[in-house]
Design a protein around this ligand. Sequence first.
Ligand code: TYD
Length: 131
Amino acid sequence: MVKFVSASQINDARGNLTVVEFPQLLPFECQRTYFLKSLDPDLRRGFHAHHELRQVFFCVQGSCMVLLDDGINKVDVKIEGEKGLIIDKMVWHEMYHFSKDCVIAVFASDVYKESDYIREYDQFLKHVGKK
Ligand code: TYD
């Protein structure tokens, strides 16, 4: 369930340059990018799965934890640096423990569609056949 992609990094005296190239790096065609910032370290976000959407999460600054749950297994993963976490369709996910400076960039396989969300955990378990 835990799959990462690794963005290439160019470090020199001027700083760090990180490259996410399409379509080479992402396992899907990117249709949308969104950013999460000013995150409260004490509040969890997410609490949903997607019917079809596939995403890759990068912490472009700082770090955070992500819970991945496929209805059978749950795993907690830290994301930071050049490692982009793939969140596949039908994986329940929650993000938490945001560092103070955390900025998350998400690359997604489709535009925003609320109808693609499963926001009730019981519904998610029904969809994956575990209830
Ligand atoms: P949501 O995906 O539930 O946030 P998180 O998973 O980080 O907890 O989105 C929060 C709100 O923002 C929700 O009302 C839907 C809206 N939203 C958009 O309008 N467009 C988007 O691309 C995204 C990701 C969310």
